[in-house]
Write a protein that binds this ligand. Structure first.
Ligand code: HEM
Length: 399
């Protein structure tokens, strides 16, 4: 017997039963197509993210061609300095006072285009635009630039998911990176000379121990923020609506008590994480459940399998926003007891922004769309690394 192929068509269609087989019967195996060891139990995946024996240097090959050198591929002091500069810049602008109203305005504007129509394809008309728009707004880039920003982000995302190495996809990703860089260069120069009240300006002036980011680093970071904060939140939001519409009684409870939106979002991240796996590189031999991973090996930590490990969660395959074994109060911090935002030193830095975005959008959508139902059959998921919905056709009663 062999472990299921995590890149097969069968897997793409329906990975969760296969994850169960992997987690129970093949807690550690070597996957030839990706040249990686695969771990899937919660305690092993968490360890791969938190133990310094696992490096993020693997990401040089994966991310650097399109983003340039960014924190995702750094370790140790270099990573800490770079990450802290961004956290400082993120913390220095006023999310609550200045940006929450703009985020709400973005959501309202998109919603107004379909709210009286009684039906919508939510991915195309809302989720695939809204989080990118939020990043654009926060960085301080003009609204009219959105169409080409979106195109560049799609090309770069396709490049990162191009496991079959399709040459056209590779070329489009690299070309979009070039155009994105050329677009940002004069804007960064301008903001360095005349600082404005936005994140890009904050990144231009942020410094730790006298170290400032170079122009190239600022450009790479801006592109990374679009990549890291766009597609992830897009997929999470659509998956949450899918999960709630399937579980109607929980949808009714969320409609009646909006403090439950945060629970619905957290349970969605556990049950259907938009990033299904992360990779690492071992710096030494590491003993895991099922054997030893040799030094210098690539490792895949299957987040989506770990998030349904019965050793961690009761009835893990049930979507239940009231579950007691998932702590909403720490779900968006480094102490989270799910792995959808990774863990350890590279734990996602956009969790609070993602939470605010999702809460704002969900409340507005629920206020305007009663009796939500799928317009046709159950929406299909797709994707190995990033996983979401191809589309989400909903019919509803306009309010
Ligand atoms: C539901 C939404 C989101 C999900 C599921 C998500 C998921 C993740 C995951 C799994 C990682 C860990 C990567 C690793 O360890 O290699 C990560 C890191 C990161 N995320 Fe998010 N993310 C989300 C939203 C955001 C947003 C809105 C931003 C924008 C501010 C963002 C910015 C980042 C950055 C910059 C990193 C790299 C951190 C580091 O390497 O130290 N993310 N995210």
């Amino acid at each position: 017997m062999q472990a299921p192929n995590i890149l097969s068509a069968e897997f793409d269609k329906s990975p969760y039963q296969l994850f169960e087989n992997i987690r129970e019967n093949y807690p550690l195996f070597f996957h030839e197509a990706t040249n990686s060891y695969v771990v899937s139990r919660y305690e092993d995946v968490e360890r791969a993210f938190k133990d310094p024996a696992f490096s993020s240097r693997h990401a040089e090959a994966q991310f650097e061609p399109v983003y340039g050198r960014t924190m995702v591929q750094m370790d140790g002091r270099e990573h800490a300095t770079n990450r802290n500069l961004v956290i400082q810049a993120l913390g220095s602008y006023k999310l609550n006072e200045k940006f929450l109203p703009l985020i709400e305005e973005n959501a309202r504007e998109l919603l107004s285009k379909f709210s009286s129509r009684g039906e919508v394809e939510l991915v195309e008309e809302f989720t695939s635009i809204y989080p990118l728009n939020v990043i654009r707004t926060i960085l301080g880039l003009p609204k009219e630039d959105m169409p080409f920003l979106k195109k560049w982000c799609i090309d770069i995302s396709n490049f990162l998911s191009n496991l079959s190495q399709n040459p056209q996809v590779t070329a489009a990703g690299l070309q979009s990176r070039k155009e994105f860089q050329a677009y940002l260069a004069p804007i960064i120069k301008r903001k360095q000379q005349n600082s404005e009240d936005d994140l890009l300006s904050s990144l231009c002036i942020a410094e730790i121990d006298g170290i400032k980011l170079t122009d190239d680093e600022i450009t790479s970071l801006a592109m990374l923020l679009f990549g890291a904060g766009g597609e992830t939140t897009d997929k999470a939001l659509a998956l949450m609506f899918r999960n709630l519409i399937v579980h109607r009684e929980q949808l009714q409870q969320v409609i009646a008590d909006r403090s439950l939106v945060e629970r619905a979002f957290t349970e969605t991240l556990r049950y259907s994480p938009p990033i299904q796996w992360l990779m690492r590189l071992t710096l030494e031999d590491v003993k895991m459940t099922g054997g030893t991973i040799p030094a210098n090996s690539m490792v895949i930590g299957l987040i989506a399998a770990a998030n349904r490990d019965p050793r961690k969660y009761s009835e893990p395959d049930n979507f239940n926003i009231f579950r007691h074994d998932l702590d909403v109060n720490r779900a968006f911090s480094g102490a989270a007891n799910h792995l959808a935002f990774g863990g350890g030193k590279h734990f996602c830095i956009g969790t609070k922004l993602a939470r605010e975005e999702v809460i704002i959008a969900t409340n507005l959508l629920l206020n305007s769309m009663e009796n939500m139902q799928f317009n046709d059959k159950l929406p299909e998921e797709y994707g190995f690394f990033a996983r979401g919905l191809k589309n989400l056709h909903i019919k509803f009663t306009p309010v």
